[in-house]
Design a protein around this ligand. Sequence first.
Ligand code: ADP
Length: 498
Amino acid sequence: MATTAAPIQLENSVTEFLGKPRKMLIGGKWVEAASGKTFDTINAATGEVLARVAEGDREDIDRAVQAARRAFEQGPWPETPPSERARLLWRLSDLVDQHREELAQLETLDNGKPLFFSRIVDVPTVIEVFRYMAGWATKVEGNTIPISMPGAKYFAYTLREPVGVAGQIIPWNFPLIMAAWKLAPALAVGCTVVLKPAEQTPLTALRLGELIQEAGFPDGVVNIVPGYGETAGAALAAHPGVDKVAFTGSTEVGKLIATAATGNLKKVSLELGGKSPNVVFADADLDSAIPGSANAIFFNQGQICTAGSRLFVHKSIFDKVVDGVAEQTKHFTVGPGIDPATNLGPLVSKEQLDRVCGYLESGAREGAKAVVGGRKIGGTGYFVEPTVLVDVKPQMKVVREEIFGPVVTAIPFSDPDEVMTFANDTVYGLASAIWTRDLSKAHRMAAKLRAGTVWINCYNVFDPALPFGGYKQSGWGREMGHAALELYTETKSVCAQL
Ligand code: ADP
Protein backbone atom coordinates (compact mmCIF):
# COMPACT_ATOMS: atom_id res chain seq x y z
CA MET A 1 0.00 0.00 0.00
CA ALA A 2 1.34 3.38 -0.95
CA THR A 3 0.18 6.61 0.64
CA THR A 4 -0.44 9.94 -1.06
CA ALA A 5 -0.91 13.57 -0.08
CA ALA A 6 -1.07 15.68 -3.24
CA PRO A 7 -4.56 17.15 -3.37
CA ILE A 8 -5.74 18.95 -6.47
CA GLN A 9 -6.69 22.59 -6.75
CA LEU A 10 -10.40 22.87 -5.87
CA GLU A 11 -12.82 24.41 -8.37
CA ASN A 12 -13.70 28.00 -7.41
CA SER A 13 -17.37 27.04 -7.21
CA VAL A 14 -16.52 24.41 -4.57
CA THR A 15 -14.58 26.89 -2.44
CA GLU A 16 -17.44 29.37 -2.71
CA PHE A 17 -20.04 26.73 -1.82
CA LEU A 18 -18.09 25.70 1.26
CA GLY A 19 -17.46 29.29 2.26
CA LYS A 20 -21.08 30.08 3.20
CA PRO A 21 -23.35 28.39 5.75
CA ARG A 22 -25.71 26.19 3.76
CA LYS A 23 -29.46 26.60 4.17
CA MET A 24 -32.35 24.20 3.55
CA LEU A 25 -34.71 24.21 0.56
CA ILE A 26 -38.38 24.61 1.50
CA GLY A 27 -41.10 25.70 -0.91
CA GLY A 28 -38.56 27.03 -3.43
CA LYS A 29 -36.68 29.19 -0.87
CA TRP A 30 -33.36 28.65 0.87
CA VAL A 31 -34.09 29.17 4.55
CA GLU A 32 -32.47 28.81 7.98
CA ALA A 33 -33.70 26.18 10.43
CA ALA A 34 -36.69 27.40 12.46
CA SER A 35 -34.52 26.91 15.57
CA GLY A 36 -31.64 28.85 13.97
CA LYS A 37 -29.39 25.84 14.75
CA THR A 38 -26.61 24.60 12.48
CA PHE A 39 -24.31 21.60 12.47
CA ASP A 40 -20.86 21.01 11.00
CA THR A 41 -20.06 18.60 8.23
CA ILE A 42 -16.54 17.18 8.47
CA ASN A 43 -13.77 16.49 5.96
CA ALA A 44 -13.24 12.74 6.39
CA ALA A 45 -9.59 12.90 5.31
CA THR A 46 -8.58 15.53 7.87
CA GLY A 47 -11.28 15.59 10.55
CA GLU A 48 -11.63 19.35 10.01
CA VAL A 49 -14.88 21.26 9.56
CA LEU A 50 -15.84 21.50 5.89
CA ALA A 51 -19.01 23.57 6.06
CA ARG A 52 -21.78 24.68 8.37
CA VAL A 53 -25.28 23.48 7.52
CA ALA A 54 -28.77 24.44 8.77
CA GLU A 55 -29.98 21.78 11.21
CA GLY A 56 -33.53 20.79 10.34
CA ASP A 57 -35.87 19.42 12.98
CA ARG A 58 -39.57 18.62 13.42
CA GLU A 59 -40.76 22.15 12.64
CA ASP A 60 -38.70 22.37 9.44
CA ILE A 61 -39.91 18.94 8.33
CA ASP A 62 -43.45 20.13 8.96
CA ARG A 63 -42.91 23.26 6.85
CA ALA A 64 -41.35 21.15 4.08
CA VAL A 65 -44.18 18.60 4.11
CA GLN A 66 -46.73 21.41 3.86
CA ALA A 67 -44.83 22.91 0.92
CA ALA A 68 -44.69 19.50 -0.79
CA ARG A 69 -48.40 18.95 -0.12
CA ARG A 70 -49.29 22.34 -1.62
CA ALA A 71 -47.13 21.63 -4.67
CA PHE A 72 -48.76 18.22 -5.10
CA GLU A 73 -52.30 19.54 -4.92
CA GLN A 74 -52.04 23.05 -6.37
CA GLY A 75 -49.86 25.11 -8.63
CA PRO A 76 -48.31 23.98 -11.85
CA TRP A 77 -47.09 20.48 -10.83
CA PRO A 78 -50.37 18.49 -10.99
CA GLU A 79 -51.01 20.10 -14.40
CA THR A 80 -47.48 19.45 -15.68
CA PRO A 81 -47.75 16.92 -18.53
CA PRO A 82 -45.57 13.79 -18.39
CA SER A 83 -43.46 14.98 -21.34
CA GLU A 84 -42.62 18.16 -19.41
CA ARG A 85 -41.66 16.13 -16.32
CA ALA A 86 -39.38 14.13 -18.63
CA ARG A 87 -37.84 17.32 -20.02
CA LEU A 88 -37.23 18.70 -16.52
CA LEU A 89 -35.48 15.49 -15.45
CA TRP A 90 -33.39 15.50 -18.62
CA ARG A 91 -32.48 19.16 -18.07
CA LEU A 92 -31.42 18.29 -14.51
CA SER A 93 -29.20 15.49 -15.83
CA ASP A 94 -27.61 17.98 -18.25
CA LEU A 95 -26.94 20.39 -15.39
CA VAL A 96 -25.33 17.63 -13.32
CA ASP A 97 -23.23 16.84 -16.40
CA GLN A 98 -22.16 20.49 -16.74
CA HIS A 99 -21.18 20.59 -13.05
CA ARG A 100 -19.65 17.13 -12.89
CA GLU A 101 -16.21 18.10 -11.58
CA GLU A 102 -17.64 20.43 -8.96
CA LEU A 103 -20.04 17.75 -7.72
CA ALA A 104 -17.31 15.09 -7.73
CA GLN A 105 -15.04 17.29 -5.62
CA LEU A 106 -17.80 18.14 -3.14
CA GLU A 107 -18.75 14.46 -2.82
CA THR A 108 -15.17 13.45 -2.16
CA LEU A 109 -14.55 16.15 0.43
CA ASP A 110 -17.74 15.39 2.32
CA ASN A 111 -17.69 11.59 2.15
CA GLY A 112 -13.96 10.88 1.86
CA LYS A 113 -14.27 8.60 -1.19
CA PRO A 114 -11.52 8.81 -3.83
CA LEU A 115 -12.07 11.56 -6.39
CA PHE A 116 -11.19 8.96 -9.00
CA PHE A 117 -14.42 7.10 -8.14
CA SER A 118 -16.57 10.21 -7.63
CA ARG A 119 -15.61 11.16 -11.19
CA ILE A 120 -16.09 7.82 -12.90
CA VAL A 121 -18.82 6.20 -10.79
CA ASP A 122 -20.87 8.60 -8.64
CA VAL A 123 -21.51 11.57 -10.91
CA PRO A 124 -21.97 9.59 -14.17
CA THR A 125 -24.42 7.25 -12.40
CA VAL A 126 -26.49 10.23 -11.26
CA ILE A 127 -26.65 11.56 -14.81
CA GLU A 128 -27.75 8.17 -16.15
CA VAL A 129 -30.39 7.64 -13.46
CA PHE A 130 -32.09 10.98 -14.18
CA ARG A 131 -31.99 10.26 -17.94
CA TYR A 132 -33.33 6.74 -17.56
CA MET A 133 -36.22 7.84 -15.31
CA ALA A 134 -36.97 10.78 -17.63
CA GLY A 135 -37.87 8.11 -20.19
CA TRP A 136 -40.44 6.52 -17.87
CA ALA A 137 -42.35 9.75 -17.20
CA THR A 138 -44.35 9.33 -20.43
CA LYS A 139 -44.89 5.59 -20.02
CA VAL A 140 -46.78 5.21 -16.75
CA GLU A 141 -49.83 3.38 -18.07
CA GLY A 142 -52.89 1.56 -16.78
CA ASN A 143 -54.82 -1.29 -18.40
CA THR A 144 -58.31 -1.98 -19.70
CA ILE A 145 -59.88 -4.83 -17.76
CA PRO A 146 -62.55 -7.28 -19.01
CA ILE A 147 -65.40 -7.55 -16.46
CA SER A 148 -67.41 -10.81 -16.14
CA MET A 149 -70.28 -9.70 -13.86
CA PRO A 150 -73.57 -10.83 -15.48
CA GLY A 151 -76.56 -8.59 -16.18
CA ALA A 152 -74.89 -5.49 -17.55
CA LYS A 153 -72.03 -4.31 -19.66
CA TYR A 154 -69.09 -2.56 -18.04
CA PHE A 155 -66.08 -0.64 -19.18
CA ALA A 156 -63.24 -0.86 -16.64
CA TYR A 157 -59.72 0.43 -16.65
CA THR A 158 -56.88 1.23 -14.26
CA LEU A 159 -55.03 4.51 -13.75
CA ARG A 160 -51.54 4.76 -12.29
CA GLU A 161 -51.41 7.87 -10.14
CA PRO A 162 -48.60 9.40 -8.09
CA VAL A 163 -48.77 8.29 -4.45
CA GLY A 164 -48.48 11.92 -3.23
CA VAL A 165 -45.85 13.41 -0.94
CA ALA A 166 -42.80 11.17 -0.63
CA GLY A 167 -40.44 11.45 2.36
CA GLN A 168 -37.01 10.18 1.36
CA ILE A 169 -34.24 9.46 3.86
CA ILE A 170 -30.82 8.63 2.45
CA PRO A 171 -27.43 7.47 3.78
CA TRP A 172 -23.89 8.85 3.56
CA ASN A 173 -22.10 6.17 1.54
CA PHE A 174 -23.23 7.34 -1.94
CA PRO A 175 -24.88 10.66 -1.08
CA LEU A 176 -25.51 11.95 -4.59
CA ILE A 177 -26.36 8.60 -6.15
CA MET A 178 -28.83 7.88 -3.36
CA ALA A 179 -30.46 11.28 -3.87
CA ALA A 180 -30.87 10.51 -7.59
CA TRP A 181 -32.16 6.98 -6.98
CA LYS A 182 -34.85 8.40 -4.71
CA LEU A 183 -35.75 11.64 -6.52
CA ALA A 184 -35.77 10.45 -10.14
CA PRO A 185 -38.61 7.87 -10.04
CA ALA A 186 -40.71 9.97 -7.64
CA LEU A 187 -40.51 13.02 -9.91
CA ALA A 188 -40.97 10.98 -13.08
CA VAL A 189 -44.41 9.79 -11.92
CA GLY A 190 -45.48 13.18 -10.50
CA CYS A 191 -44.90 12.91 -6.73
CA THR A 192 -43.50 15.76 -4.65
CA VAL A 193 -40.66 15.13 -2.24
CA VAL A 194 -39.10 15.99 1.10
CA LEU A 195 -35.54 14.66 1.00
CA LYS A 196 -33.41 14.28 4.13
CA PRO A 197 -29.73 13.69 3.37
CA ALA A 198 -27.48 12.02 5.93
CA GLU A 199 -26.02 14.35 8.56
CA GLN A 200 -22.49 13.19 7.65
CA THR A 201 -22.84 14.17 3.97
CA PRO A 202 -25.47 16.82 3.23
CA LEU A 203 -23.50 18.93 0.73
CA THR A 204 -24.10 17.38 -2.68
CA ALA A 205 -27.84 17.01 -2.07
CA LEU A 206 -27.97 20.74 -1.24
CA ARG A 207 -26.01 21.61 -4.39
CA LEU A 208 -28.35 19.34 -6.35
CA GLY A 209 -31.24 21.36 -4.89
CA GLU A 210 -29.83 24.47 -6.55
CA LEU A 211 -29.59 22.62 -9.88
CA ILE A 212 -33.18 21.36 -9.45
CA GLN A 213 -34.29 24.98 -9.19
CA GLU A 214 -32.17 25.95 -12.17
CA ALA A 215 -33.71 23.11 -14.22
CA GLY A 216 -37.11 24.72 -13.62
CA PHE A 217 -38.95 22.34 -11.24
CA PRO A 218 -41.81 24.32 -9.66
CA ASP A 219 -41.37 25.55 -6.07
CA GLY A 220 -42.15 22.96 -3.42
CA VAL A 221 -41.83 19.93 -5.71
CA VAL A 222 -38.47 19.09 -4.13
CA ASN A 223 -37.71 20.18 -0.56
CA ILE A 224 -34.40 19.31 1.06
CA VAL A 225 -34.03 19.32 4.84
CA PRO A 226 -30.62 18.38 6.25
CA GLY A 227 -30.55 17.26 9.89
CA TYR A 228 -30.02 14.34 12.23
CA GLY A 229 -31.77 10.99 11.92
CA GLU A 230 -33.30 10.87 15.39
CA THR A 231 -34.85 14.32 14.95
CA ALA A 232 -35.47 15.36 11.32
CA GLY A 233 -35.47 11.78 9.97
CA ALA A 234 -37.81 10.47 12.65
CA ALA A 235 -40.17 13.43 12.16
CA LEU A 236 -40.34 12.77 8.42
CA ALA A 237 -40.97 9.03 8.84
CA ALA A 238 -43.81 9.71 11.29
CA HIS A 239 -45.38 12.75 9.60
CA PRO A 240 -49.11 12.27 8.89
CA GLY A 241 -48.87 14.48 5.79
CA VAL A 242 -46.42 12.12 4.09
CA ASP A 243 -47.96 9.41 1.87
CA LYS A 244 -44.86 7.33 1.35
CA VAL A 245 -41.48 6.99 2.99
CA ALA A 246 -38.46 5.61 1.13
CA PHE A 247 -35.37 4.80 3.15
CA THR A 248 -31.87 3.53 2.49
CA GLY A 249 -29.67 2.78 5.49
CA SER A 250 -29.13 0.28 8.27
CA THR A 251 -31.58 -2.54 9.03
CA GLU A 252 -31.81 -1.26 12.59
CA VAL A 253 -33.04 2.19 11.48
CA GLY A 254 -35.20 0.59 8.75
CA LYS A 255 -37.20 -1.12 11.50
CA LEU A 256 -37.67 2.23 13.28
CA ILE A 257 -38.88 3.79 10.03
CA ALA A 258 -41.38 0.98 9.43
CA THR A 259 -42.72 1.42 12.97
CA ALA A 260 -42.91 5.22 12.66
CA ALA A 261 -44.82 4.85 9.39
CA THR A 262 -47.64 2.89 10.99
CA GLY A 263 -49.27 6.08 12.39
CA ASN A 264 -50.90 6.95 9.06
CA LEU A 265 -49.97 3.63 7.37
CA LYS A 266 -47.89 5.44 4.80
CA LYS A 267 -46.38 3.25 2.10
CA VAL A 268 -42.85 2.13 2.95
CA SER A 269 -39.89 1.00 0.87
CA LEU A 270 -36.61 0.04 2.51
CA GLU A 271 -33.16 -0.71 1.15
CA LEU A 272 -31.18 -1.99 4.12
CA GLY A 273 -28.03 -3.81 5.17
CA GLY A 274 -26.29 -6.83 3.78
CA LYS A 275 -23.70 -9.49 4.50
CA SER A 276 -23.31 -10.66 0.96
CA PRO A 277 -21.79 -14.02 0.02
CA ASN A 278 -19.19 -14.06 -2.74
CA VAL A 279 -18.61 -17.65 -3.85
CA VAL A 280 -15.54 -18.74 -5.82
CA PHE A 281 -15.77 -22.25 -7.27
CA ALA A 282 -12.71 -24.35 -8.14
CA ASP A 283 -13.32 -23.90 -11.89
CA ALA A 284 -13.44 -20.07 -11.71
CA ASP A 285 -11.23 -17.89 -13.88
CA LEU A 286 -9.02 -16.68 -11.05
CA ASP A 287 -7.54 -13.85 -13.10
CA SER A 288 -10.93 -12.16 -12.83
CA ALA A 289 -12.27 -13.79 -9.63
CA ILE A 290 -9.37 -12.59 -7.45
CA PRO A 291 -9.40 -8.88 -8.37
CA GLY A 292 -13.20 -9.08 -8.60
CA SER A 293 -13.41 -10.43 -5.04
CA ALA A 294 -11.05 -7.73 -3.80
CA ASN A 295 -13.16 -5.01 -5.42
CA ALA A 296 -16.31 -6.65 -4.07
CA ILE A 297 -15.20 -5.83 -0.53
CA PHE A 298 -12.82 -2.88 -0.85
CA PHE A 299 -14.78 -0.64 -3.26
CA ASN A 300 -15.88 2.53 -1.41
CA GLN A 301 -13.78 1.34 1.57
CA GLY A 302 -16.33 -1.44 2.07
CA GLN A 303 -19.00 1.15 2.83
CA ILE A 304 -21.58 -0.27 0.46
CA CYS A 305 -24.58 -2.36 1.40
CA THR A 306 -23.74 -4.94 -1.30
CA ALA A 307 -20.12 -5.41 -0.09
CA GLY A 308 -18.95 -8.99 -0.71
CA SER A 309 -18.05 -9.37 2.94
CA ARG A 310 -18.24 -13.17 3.17
CA LEU A 311 -15.84 -14.77 0.72
CA PHE A 312 -16.45 -18.51 0.24
CA VAL A 313 -13.70 -20.31 -1.66
CA HIS A 314 -13.48 -23.95 -2.70
CA LYS A 315 -10.97 -25.64 -0.40
CA SER A 316 -8.77 -26.74 -3.33
CA ILE A 317 -7.99 -23.10 -4.22
CA PHE A 318 -8.57 -21.45 -0.85
CA ASP A 319 -4.97 -20.39 -0.09
CA LYS A 320 -4.38 -19.20 -3.64
CA VAL A 321 -7.49 -17.00 -3.71
CA VAL A 322 -7.04 -15.65 -0.18
CA ASP A 323 -3.38 -14.81 -0.83
CA GLY A 324 -4.40 -13.28 -4.16
CA VAL A 325 -7.03 -11.03 -2.57
CA ALA A 326 -4.53 -10.04 0.14
CA GLU A 327 -1.95 -9.29 -2.57
CA GLN A 328 -4.44 -6.98 -4.31
CA THR A 329 -4.38 -4.67 -1.29
CA LYS A 330 -0.74 -3.88 -2.05
CA HIS A 331 -1.89 -2.11 -5.21
CA PHE A 332 -4.04 0.33 -3.25
CA THR A 333 -2.91 3.91 -2.90
CA VAL A 334 -4.31 5.10 0.40
CA GLY A 335 -4.81 8.79 1.02
CA PRO A 336 -7.18 11.72 1.05
CA GLY A 337 -9.86 11.17 -1.56
CA ILE A 338 -9.18 14.55 -3.10
CA ASP A 339 -5.81 13.32 -4.40
CA PRO A 340 -6.61 11.82 -7.84
CA ALA A 341 -4.02 9.05 -7.28
CA THR A 342 -5.89 7.72 -4.22
CA ASN A 343 -7.99 4.60 -4.73
CA LEU A 344 -8.63 3.78 -1.07
CA GLY A 345 -9.86 6.73 0.98
CA PRO A 346 -10.80 7.21 4.63
CA LEU A 347 -13.99 5.98 6.25
CA VAL A 348 -16.70 8.62 6.48
CA SER A 349 -16.45 9.50 10.18
CA LYS A 350 -14.80 8.84 13.52
CA GLU A 351 -17.90 6.92 14.57
CA GLN A 352 -17.55 4.63 11.54
CA LEU A 353 -13.82 4.18 12.17
CA ASP A 354 -14.49 3.18 15.80
CA ARG A 355 -17.21 0.79 14.67
CA VAL A 356 -14.97 -0.97 12.13
CA CYS A 357 -12.05 -1.12 14.61
CA GLY A 358 -14.45 -2.59 17.18
CA TYR A 359 -15.20 -5.43 14.74
CA LEU A 360 -11.48 -5.97 14.05
CA GLU A 361 -10.87 -6.30 17.81
CA SER A 362 -13.84 -8.61 18.23
CA GLY A 363 -12.57 -10.82 15.36
CA ALA A 364 -9.09 -11.01 16.90
CA ARG A 365 -10.55 -11.79 20.34
CA GLU A 366 -12.67 -14.62 18.93
CA GLY A 367 -9.68 -16.19 17.14
CA ALA A 368 -9.83 -14.81 13.58
CA LYS A 369 -6.47 -14.24 11.92
CA ALA A 370 -5.71 -11.28 9.63
CA VAL A 371 -3.84 -12.43 6.51
CA VAL A 372 -3.48 -8.76 5.67
CA GLY A 373 -4.56 -5.57 7.46
CA GLY A 374 -6.39 -5.69 10.77
CA ARG A 375 -5.60 -2.24 12.15
CA LYS A 376 -6.41 1.39 11.78
CA ILE A 377 -3.91 3.58 9.97
CA GLY A 378 -2.45 6.20 12.31
CA GLY A 379 -2.35 9.96 11.75
CA THR A 380 -5.18 12.30 10.82
CA GLY A 381 -8.39 11.18 9.12
CA TYR A 382 -10.39 7.99 9.52
CA PHE A 383 -8.26 5.42 7.71
CA VAL A 384 -8.32 1.68 8.24
CA GLU A 385 -6.29 -1.08 6.58
CA PRO A 386 -8.02 -3.29 4.02
CA THR A 387 -8.35 -6.57 5.89
CA VAL A 388 -8.77 -10.26 5.02
CA LEU A 389 -9.71 -12.51 7.97
CA VAL A 390 -9.33 -16.31 8.00
CA ASP A 391 -9.87 -18.98 10.70
CA VAL A 392 -13.35 -17.59 11.21
CA LYS A 393 -16.31 -19.55 12.63
CA PRO A 394 -19.97 -19.15 11.58
CA GLN A 395 -21.07 -17.69 14.92
CA MET A 396 -18.43 -14.93 15.08
CA LYS A 397 -19.70 -11.36 14.97
CA VAL A 398 -17.39 -10.58 12.06
CA VAL A 399 -19.16 -13.28 10.04
CA ARG A 400 -22.73 -12.48 11.09
CA GLU A 401 -22.91 -8.69 11.36
CA GLU A 402 -22.58 -5.99 8.75
CA ILE A 403 -19.24 -4.24 9.35
CA PHE A 404 -19.58 -1.59 6.61
CA GLY A 405 -15.83 -1.32 6.24
CA PRO A 406 -13.00 -2.93 4.20
CA VAL A 407 -13.07 -6.24 6.09
CA VAL A 408 -13.76 -9.61 4.48
CA THR A 409 -14.01 -13.01 6.14
CA ALA A 410 -12.75 -15.92 4.01
CA ILE A 411 -14.23 -19.39 4.53
CA PRO A 412 -13.42 -22.66 2.67
CA PHE A 413 -16.14 -25.01 1.36
CA SER A 414 -16.18 -28.48 -0.17
CA ASP A 415 -19.31 -28.79 -2.33
CA PRO A 416 -22.09 -26.66 -3.88
CA ASP A 417 -24.83 -27.73 -1.44
CA GLU A 418 -22.65 -26.90 1.53
CA VAL A 419 -21.75 -23.46 0.22
CA MET A 420 -25.37 -22.57 -0.58
CA THR A 421 -26.26 -23.41 3.04
CA PHE A 422 -23.39 -21.20 4.25
CA ALA A 423 -24.30 -18.42 1.82
CA ASN A 424 -27.95 -18.28 2.87
CA ASP A 425 -27.15 -18.54 6.59
CA THR A 426 -27.73 -14.83 7.26
CA VAL A 427 -30.60 -12.55 8.21
CA TYR A 428 -29.75 -10.45 5.15
CA GLY A 429 -30.48 -11.07 1.47
CA LEU A 430 -29.30 -8.13 -0.56
CA ALA A 431 -26.65 -9.32 -2.99
CA SER A 432 -24.46 -12.31 -3.82
CA ALA A 433 -21.96 -13.47 -6.43
CA ILE A 434 -20.76 -16.68 -8.03
CA TRP A 435 -17.51 -17.17 -9.90
CA THR A 436 -17.39 -20.26 -12.13
CA ARG A 437 -16.83 -21.28 -15.76
CA ASP A 438 -19.74 -23.76 -15.56
CA LEU A 439 -22.77 -21.80 -16.72
CA SER A 440 -25.39 -24.37 -15.77
CA LYS A 441 -23.95 -24.56 -12.26
CA ALA A 442 -23.98 -20.74 -12.10
CA HIS A 443 -27.68 -20.55 -12.95
CA ARG A 444 -28.58 -23.44 -10.62
CA MET A 445 -26.81 -21.59 -7.80
CA ALA A 446 -28.41 -18.27 -8.79
CA ALA A 447 -31.84 -19.84 -8.27
CA LYS A 448 -30.85 -21.08 -4.80
CA LEU A 449 -29.39 -17.85 -3.45
CA ARG A 450 -31.87 -15.93 -1.27
CA ALA A 451 -30.77 -12.48 -2.37
CA GLY A 452 -32.20 -9.63 -4.46
CA THR A 453 -29.19 -9.61 -6.79
CA VAL A 454 -26.93 -12.42 -8.00
CA TRP A 455 -23.83 -11.47 -9.97
CA ILE A 456 -22.17 -14.17 -12.07
CA ASN A 457 -18.48 -13.61 -12.81
CA CYS A 458 -18.76 -9.95 -11.88
CA TYR A 459 -19.57 -7.81 -8.85
CA ASN A 460 -21.24 -4.48 -8.05
CA VAL A 461 -22.70 -4.09 -11.54
CA PHE A 462 -25.64 -1.69 -11.23
CA ASP A 463 -27.82 -0.21 -13.92
CA PRO A 464 -30.76 2.21 -13.78
CA ALA A 465 -32.78 -0.46 -15.65
CA LEU A 466 -31.97 -3.31 -13.23
CA PRO A 467 -34.27 -3.69 -10.20
CA PHE A 468 -32.37 -3.52 -6.92
CA GLY A 469 -33.44 -4.43 -3.39
CA GLY A 470 -33.36 -7.09 -0.73
CA TYR A 471 -34.80 -10.36 0.49
CA LYS A 472 -35.27 -10.98 4.22
CA GLN A 473 -34.01 -8.16 6.48
CA SER A 474 -32.34 -6.37 3.56
CA GLY A 475 -35.52 -4.52 2.74
CA TRP A 476 -38.92 -4.06 1.17
CA GLY A 477 -39.49 -3.25 -2.50
CA ARG A 478 -37.25 -2.79 -5.53
CA GLU A 479 -35.68 0.43 -6.74
CA MET A 480 -34.54 1.13 -10.31
CA GLY A 481 -36.04 -0.21 -13.49
CA HIS A 482 -39.77 -0.42 -14.02
CA ALA A 483 -40.09 -1.71 -10.45
CA ALA A 484 -39.23 1.75 -9.05
CA LEU A 485 -42.41 3.22 -10.54
CA GLU A 486 -44.48 0.85 -8.43
CA LEU A 487 -42.97 2.36 -5.30
CA TYR A 488 -44.31 5.80 -6.16
CA THR A 489 -47.70 5.07 -7.76
CA GLU A 490 -51.13 3.90 -6.67
CA THR A 491 -53.39 1.87 -8.95
CA LYS A 492 -56.93 3.15 -9.28
CA SER A 493 -59.62 0.90 -10.79
CA VAL A 494 -62.40 2.75 -12.63
CA CYS A 495 -65.51 0.75 -13.50
CA ALA A 496 -68.42 2.20 -15.52
CA GLN A 497 -71.73 0.50 -16.29
CA LEU A 498 -72.56 1.14 -19.92
P1 ADP B 1 -25.57 4.52 9.44
O1 ADP B 1 -25.81 3.71 10.70
O2 ADP B 1 -24.79 3.80 8.44
O3 ADP B 1 -25.15 5.94 9.70
P2 ADP B 1 -28.32 5.01 9.34
O4 ADP B 1 -29.26 3.93 8.97
O5 ADP B 1 -28.19 5.38 10.78
O6 ADP B 1 -26.95 4.62 8.73
O7 ADP B 1 -28.63 6.35 8.56
C1 ADP B 1 -29.19 6.43 7.28
C2 ADP B 1 -30.12 7.62 7.25
O8 ADP B 1 -31.14 7.42 8.22
C3 ADP B 1 -29.49 8.96 7.60
O9 ADP B 1 -30.07 9.97 6.80
C4 ADP B 1 -29.88 9.14 9.06
O10 ADP B 1 -29.92 10.50 9.45
C5 ADP B 1 -31.26 8.54 9.06
N1 ADP B 1 -31.73 8.09 10.38
C6 ADP B 1 -31.01 7.64 11.42
N2 ADP B 1 -31.81 7.35 12.47
C7 ADP B 1 -33.08 7.62 12.08
C8 ADP B 1 -34.37 7.52 12.71
N3 ADP B 1 -34.52 7.07 13.96
N4 ADP B 1 -35.46 7.87 11.99
C9 ADP B 1 -35.34 8.31 10.72
N5 ADP B 1 -34.16 8.44 10.08
C10 ADP B 1 -33.04 8.10 10.74
